[in-house]
Ligand binder design. Structure first.
Ligand code: ZN
Length: 135
């Protein structure tokens, strides 16, 4: 048995990391599946899905800072006509999908972990998919 969900998320900043764990927990509850996996997928080429620390907001700040340092917004060697190559680089570094374990009806994450939707070329209206499979 499997279930499929789509979520819309309005983003307000050029770059941001938004916690989406609550959406996934609700989907798991609605699915009624107690043992299985959930795949979270982002269908945008300048965004991504990751898991990271949920306690100190400076971690998100420092991650965005670090990505910016690694992949500068402007570089005369970039050729992509849209001018957002830095966002495509960050998107592929983060990855488009994430798999999490469902056990005992719950999403298994570490105490300090949350699932984040990461945007690198906003603000845009975005969405992501959650596929929950029993097993
Ligand atoms: Zn582009």
């Amino acid at each position: 048995m499997s279930h499929f969900y789509t979520h819309d998320i309005p983003l307000t900043k050029k770059e941001d990391m938004i916690k989406i764990t609550g959406y996934i927990k609700k989907d798991i509850k609605d699915s009624g599946i107690t043992e299985g996996i959930a795949i979270i997928h982002c269908p945008h080429t300048t965004a991504g899905i990751t898991v990271n620390e949920n306690a100190d907001p400076d971690v998100v700040r420092d991650m965005l800072y670090g990505f910016g340092k690694t992949y500068p917004e402007q570089d005369p060697a970039y050729r992509h006509f849209e001018g957002n190559s830095h966002a495509h680089l960050k998107s592929s570094t983060i990855g488009a999908s994430m798999t999490v374990i469902i056990h005992g009806g719950k999403l298994i994450l570490g105490t300090w972990q949350d699932v984040y939707f990461c945007e690198f070329d906003g603000p845009r209206h975005r969405h992501f998919y959650v596929k929950i499979m029993e097993g």
